[in-house]
Design a protein around this ligand. Structure first.
Ligand code: NAD
Length: 368
């Protein structure tokens, strides 16, 4: 049985005309930050997460859940494949939006557990779209996380939304590309309003331990060697690292301009074509991974032991770079945090969370 009263309390906006948003993957990295930001401006948020232990230790997810609870945001422990639950939620509460962030993330882990990607990113996405399509009018507008990985081995940079995405380099990328195709179908047949956001390497406090900036920090502090990839053509591997607060602003901008759709087949005439949008959310300024390491060394006051090798075919792509002019035009998206200041905020969180004292005074000052 569902805690309906707690759900209603969590999902009801505190400002007039506020949104009520079902956030899936709410105990994840991006989901926690978005839920906090929505709650802060008076929108209602109900979270949902299955707290799986696939990619990283779920104790960090429980930590994020407690933080959300301290802001009166409820996160249900459930799987997006639970269609009965989703239908019940949509029937019990008139969500204006769904921010769908629940997914099996991680490019390299796909080689170890391919079916977890199909379960969450394909089957789970279909279950969510299916339940939203059957919700009473107006159906909630869906904003969901695709990924920059759909650009695959594209060499034509910066990447624009119109560029080809037909060479995914990992199963993760392939499931996100499949998600974009499935979004097209649910928009076309059911008139669901769907906005896909292609995030570019998001980093920041409470981030994912499987991502390079995070495990580099851990290894550098432990005096353990780190492996840095050189691209097969000898060039530096570079990423368009995007700070979490910028991505959150992009998600909120997309939600604010996403219109719930009305009229489904059999449920009355459509009021016009429903939205189907896709946007890059990146930083527009790629940084070589070697430079990321040197920033971390400075912040941590410790030299890294570097092992530089040619990138294996592990699903990673050598280069990403976002063109964000579409998101800028449609909802004023403008990233403002550079890698040094974003990483300094991450290191500050990291040392607090793990109770670490930095050795040098430079490091301590930077991270304090
Ligand atoms: P994350 O792993 O921290 O968050 C995802 C959350 O979804 C997790 O808490 C997980 O427990 C939950 N989840 C997974 N499968 C589920 C299921 N079947 N049912 C319910 N909950 C489930 O990852 P994140 O970095 O916060 O990513 C959020 C979204 O953004 C994901 O869709 C990811 O693919 C996408 N994305 C992230 C990045 C990035 O750099 N962080 C880049 C591109 C795209």
């Amino acid at each position: 049985s569902l805690p309906l009263e707690s759900i209603r309390r969590s999902a009801t906006p505190s400002r007039s005309n506020g949104l009520s948003v079902l956030v899936t993957g709410a105990a994840g990295f991006v989901g926690t930050h978005c839920s906090l930001a929505l709650n802060k401006r008076g929108d209602g948020v109900l979270g949902l997460d299955n707290f799986n232990s696939h990619l990283y230790d779920p104790s960090l997810k429980r930590h994020r859940q407690s933080l959300l609870a301290s802001h009166s945001i409820l996160v249900l422990d459930a799987d997006i494949n639970d269609s009965r639950l989703l239908s019940l939620l949509f029937a019990s509460f008139p969500f204006s939006h769904v921010l769908h962030l629940a997914a099996q993330a991680g490019v390299r882990y796909a080689a170890k557990n391919p079916h977890s990607y199909i379960h969450s990113n394909v089957a789970g996405l279909v279950t969510l779209f299916e339940s939203a399509a059957k919700a009473a009018d107006p159906q909630p507008a869906i904003v969901w996380a695709s990924s920059s990985s759909v650009y695959g081995l594209n060499k034509n940079s910066p990447f624009s939304e119109s560029h080809t995405t037909d060479r995914p380099a990992s199963l993760y990328a392939a499931t996100k590309k499949a998600g974009e195709a499935i979004a097209h179908t649910y928009n076309h047949i059911y008139g669901l309003s769907i906005t896909g956001l292609r995030f570019f390497t998001v980093y920041g406090p409470m981030g994912r331990p499987d991502m390079a900036y995070f495990f580099f920090t851990k290894a550098i502090l432990a005096g353990k060697p780190i492996t840095i990839f050189r691209s097969p053509d000898g060039k530096d591997v570079a990423r368009d690292f995007t700070y979490i607060d910028d991505v959150v602003k992009g998600c909120l901008g997309a939600l604010d301009t996403a219109k719930p759709s009305t009229g489904r087949p059999g449920g009355g005439p459509k009021t016009g074509p429903a939205q189907l949008r896709i946007y890059n959310l990146g930083n527009t300024s790629p940084v070589p991974v070697a430079k990321l390491v040197s920033i971390l060394e400075k912040l941590l006051g410790t030299k890294a032991k570097k092992n530089i090798i040619t990138m294996p075919s592990n699903g990673d792509v050598p280069f990403t770079h976002a063109n964000v002019s579409l998101a800028a035009k449609d909802f004023g998206y403008r990233p403002t945090t550079n890698l040094s200041s974003g990483l300094s905020k991450f290191v500050n969180w990291y040392v607090n969370y793990y109770g670490i004292k930095l050795k040098t005074s430079t490091g301590a000052t930077e991270a304090a």
